[in-house]
Design a protein around this ligand. Structure first.
Ligand code: C2O
Ligand code: CU
Length: 574
């Protein structure tokens, strides 16, 4: 049942290969073929946990369809909006080199696609292969609008690991019985935390630990001795997740569509926004047992959360399940921060001749950004449901980012930033304090639309520092338009004098989403080689809603192919 949703769109792709080849000869823009997809945003009644609700879906599928491509291909996705909500789609982790108009975050790179309208996202996949994903990028619509992006290596190139017998996407999600737009709108109005989800899901299925859900269980059927590539995606809204399969070891081979040095682990930790490819080798004899795979949250914050577990089944073909005992995996404690710290250190770039790690060895611009929650006084005349009658806020360097009512990229491109944004985003915290200690009294945030401008091709070092104003908490930060190298991390306050000497500038992991450790910091480096306006935000959706977001303006370079091209004709207007 779940597998049925992983199908290439229509029969359209293959007939178009020939046509695409002509495109290639005529324009020479990309080395691959052109793949056409059609995403119709439409309502579909979906039942989980005995609750039926109209879900906003792509093509009536939940989770959404898988987008397949090969490195070097051009991808065209025509998105048509048949629902009442405004919609945009983001291709999470796709570099979008000079194609920022196709990136998708609402009011950042585009105005939303309104009811009855279409927009064709056009981008070329350059220098990336692996698992990424797509999701809606407006309000909380990604709760149901998400699906995998699978990028195969170029023709005649192989994986840097043995070819798996079969490949299986594993998407984690969150299910609410209530309408998720109502959930977040209410929370934004009353200033408190939004209602937590009713279930986690594996490929849209909550599994047998929830009421009225046994038939909605994901099953992975395996043949003894065969190796499977699991393409794991955390599409949950607000929860980092632990995942394990009972009595099986996983070999991690890739993160965020970049190969990594292989390592084995019994448990993985994956944050919303992240993707991790792992190899799973089935046992040599069909065992006399059925193995459960389960995922449950890693929680560092102090608020309420969905404390449930989603379970799927690993089933050996040729095994009779009815007679066999169920084996449960062991997962770390909910707040196992040391597991999180150790696990993230295991990820290393291949840094090989074929897959070099282009870590910037020198730095042009250094930034220190605090990230965390805060509490603002309740606006006059309202009652607020945050702690002690306050209103939750979240910020980067004390700026709670406000999205404009037009798109930032348009304002930048047409030099019409006046009244839309300023470029006064602070390079450092506006007033330094003991970020991970007892907070000072004045930790109020400023609501504003401030961007940080950086020159084309500058080499950037960005340290993200968690704050414990409300309480220490891990924040998975995602940068659009780039991968960055995670050169360092630590607990407590970042020390600019002593910590850089421990940076890994040889084989740090390269990714697009990184967990800022709870009560700690992480140091990133990247080269600003992609002009445009690029969103950066916590991938815990509720924190983004509260303002934990900002945007970078990467200026054009002087070269011919170093500037943002004009917007496509069908770019939606606000
Ligand atoms: Cu996957 Cu801006 O997000
Ligand atoms: Cu966060």
């Amino acid at each position: 049942m779940a597998m049925a949703s992983f199908r290439i769109y229509g029969g359209l792709v293959y007939p178009l290969l020939a046509l695409a080849f002509v495109c290639h000869l005529a324009w020479g823009k990309h080395s691959g073929v052109t793949r056409h997809y059609k995403f119709d945003i439409q309502l579909k009644n979906v039942t989980r946990l005995c609750h039926t609700k109209p879900l906003i879906t792509v093509n009536g599928q939940f989770p959404g369809p898988t987008l397949y491509a090969r490195e070097g291909d051009r991808v065209l996705v025509k998105v048509t909006n048949h629902v009442n909500n405004n919609v945009t789609i983001h291709w999470h982790g796709i570099r979008q080199l000079r194609s920022g108009w196709a990136d998708g975050p609402a009011y950042v790179t585009q105005c939303p696609i309104q009811t009855g309208q279409s927009y064709v996202y056009k981008f070329t996949i350059k220098g990336q292969r692996g698992t990424l994903w797509w999701h809606a990028h407006i309000s909380w619509l990604r709760a149901s609008l998400y699906g995998p992006i699978i990028i195969y290596p170029k023709n005649h190139t192989s994986y840097p690991f043995p070819k798996p017998h079969h490949e299986v996407p594993i998407l984690f999600g969150e299910w609410w019985n209530a309408d998720t737009e109502t959930v977040i709108n209410q929370a934004m109005q009353n200033g408190g935390g939004p209602n937590v989800s009713d279930a986690y899901t594996i490929n849209g299925l909550p599994g047998p630990l929830y009421n009225c859900s046994a038939k909605d269980t994901f099953k992975l059927k395996v043949i003894p001795r065969k190796t499977y590539l699991l393409r794991i995606i955390n599409a949950a809204l607000n929860d980092e997740l632990f995942f394990a399969i009972a009595n099986h070891t996983l070999t991690v081979v890739e993160a965020d569509a970049v190969y990594v040095k292989q390592f084995q682990t019994n448990v993985i930790l994956i944050s919303p926004g992240q993707t991790t490819n792992v190899l799973l080798t089935a046992k040599s004899q069909p065992p006399n047992a059925t193995f459960l795979m389960s995922a449950r949250p890693y929680v560092t914050g102090s608020g309420t959360f969905d404390n449930s577990t989603t379970v799927g089944i690993l089933e050996y073909i040729s095994n009779s399940i009815s007679s066999s005992p169920l084996m449960n995996p062991t997962l770390p404690a909910l707040n196992d921060t040391s597991f999180a710290a150790n696990f993230s250190q295991k990820f290393r770039s291949l840094a090989s001749k074929k897959f070099p790690a282009a870590v910037p060895q020198t730095v042009d611009r250094k930034f220190l950004f605090t990230v965390g929650l805060g509490l603002n006084p309740c606006p006059k005349g309202q009652t607020c449901q945050g702690p002690n009658g306050t209103k939750f806020a979240a910020s980067i360097n004390n700026i709670s980012f406000v999205l404009p009512t037009t798109a930032l990229l348009q304002a930048h491109f047409f030099r019409q930033s006046k009244g839309v944004y300023t470029t006064r985003f602070p390079d450092n915290p506006p007033f330094p304090f003991n970020y991970t200690g007892t907070p000072p009294n004045n930790t109020r945030t400023l609501n504003d639309t401030r961007l940080k401008v950086i020159p084309f091709n500058s080499s950037i070092e960005l340290v993200l520092q968690d704050t414990s104003v409300v309480g220490p908490e891990s924040h998975p930060l995602h940068l659009h338009g780039y991968n960055f190298f995670v050169v360092g991390q630590g607990v407590g306050n970042y020390n600019p004098r002593t910590d850089p000497s421990n940076f890994n500038l040889v084989d740090p992991v390269e990714r697009n989403t990184v967990g800022v450790p709870s009560g700690g910091w992480v140091a990133l480096r990247f080269r600003a080689d992609n002009p445009g306006v690029w969103f950066m935000h916590c991938h815990l959706e509720v924190h983004t809603s509260w303002g934990l977001k900002m945007a970078w303006v990467v200026l054009d370079g002087n070269g011919k192919s170093q500037s943002v091209p004009p917007p496509p004709k069908d770019l939606p207007s606000c």
